[in-house]
Design a protein around this ligand. Sequence first.
Ligand SMILES: *Cc1c(COP(=O)(O)O)cnc(C)c1O
Length: 423
Amino acid sequence: MPQVIDSLETARGLDQQDPLSNLRQKFSLPTTKSGEDQVYFAGHSLGLMPRQTPDALAQECRDWAALGVEGHFEAKSPWLPYHEVVAPALARLVGAKENEVVAMNTLTVNLHLLLVSFYRPTKSKYKILIENNTFPSDKYAVDSQARFHGFEPRDAVVELKPRTGEITVREEDLLAQIADLGDSLAVVMLGNCNYLSGQRFPFEKIVKAGHAVDAFVGFNLAHGAGNLALKLHDWNVDFAMWCSYKYLNSGPGGIAGAFVHERHLGQKDFPRFEGWWGHDKRTRFQMGPDFHPLPTVEAWQLSNPPIFQLAALRSSLDIFDSVGMQKLRDRGDRLTGALRATLEKNLSHRLSVITPQNCGSMLCLRIKGERQPWAHLLREKGILVDFREPDIIRATPVPLYNNYEDIYRFQHSLHELLEQYAK
Ligand SMILES: *Cc1c(COP(=O)(O)O)cnc(C)c1O
């Protein structure tokens, strides 16, 4: 049973008991004007900085200063193979094999690069199924891919359909829609947790349904990597991409990740945009005119990667590795369960939680009655959440650095505001 946090003492007691509470000390928490820790519930937007990250970056500066170009070979962690160093941790994080994951580019770039490979429409098989309310960048990306291949997005890009009056999509409707699109469906391209409702999609069933009509299935894990326990390989997902500045705490604009299932690797002539970092490592520096792809997902790399971003990502992944994703998810379920139970017990007359159960750490809330700038009002009380049009507040207790006391302070301040604006 999720805990209802009815007092500060209850919250502090639970924090003392929880075996992972001390992870919070590994992060820098923003402070309020009066010098207290902010209640930071915006980790779904930008994760907090691990305290060890500045040292990790400084190490690269020192190596650069001392070694110049020779840092590629002689830096403490040589730059030439630096992206390989983060692959094992990334693989554990998303449930993949090491040859299936790579850190490169940013999320929307990776979405395009993977659609180049997996969206190869024909006259009769050209539709892409995406979420309703999809994150705008994803919509722009798939629309432009459809147009690039000579199709009208209005025809080629199909959105999931929730029932009238519902914000999340029922599983049976989703699977039926895939079956109905049948042979016309080229790619299913969904998020894993909808950014607006928090709904989590049933990966494995979607992959099976997509493959049953010969479509490729890809996931955007912006809200999944570092949030959910994933098994991309076992679930037979064809491809996936994610950013690392949200749940993965790699800093603003951090380097993204990409996954391609092993069964698509090492194939000659697989369609792909190519660059020198995807070329066979043994002969890359012979600088020959013909491309010889690496037999791993690294074949999708274009450029030599940004070392500072990789260093920041690595610093954060070390913390994930020291705990393990399943344990973090379990703690996340305890915290998010407590947040939900507390809000539903104390505030259900003014507020509804629209995120279904078991959906990762984020809760999307809707406040009934007259609209107020809730996120702004909360911020003045030292609480950071975010607001999404038309009327949704997103609040995320992150298992790495949030705690029960944060939950207590959030609900207490929200309660005060709802009293103040009692309409
Ligand atoms: C955060 C997010 C993005 C952001 O894209 P960038 O390329 O990293 O700027 C894209 N899609 C979804 C679903 C997101 O949640």
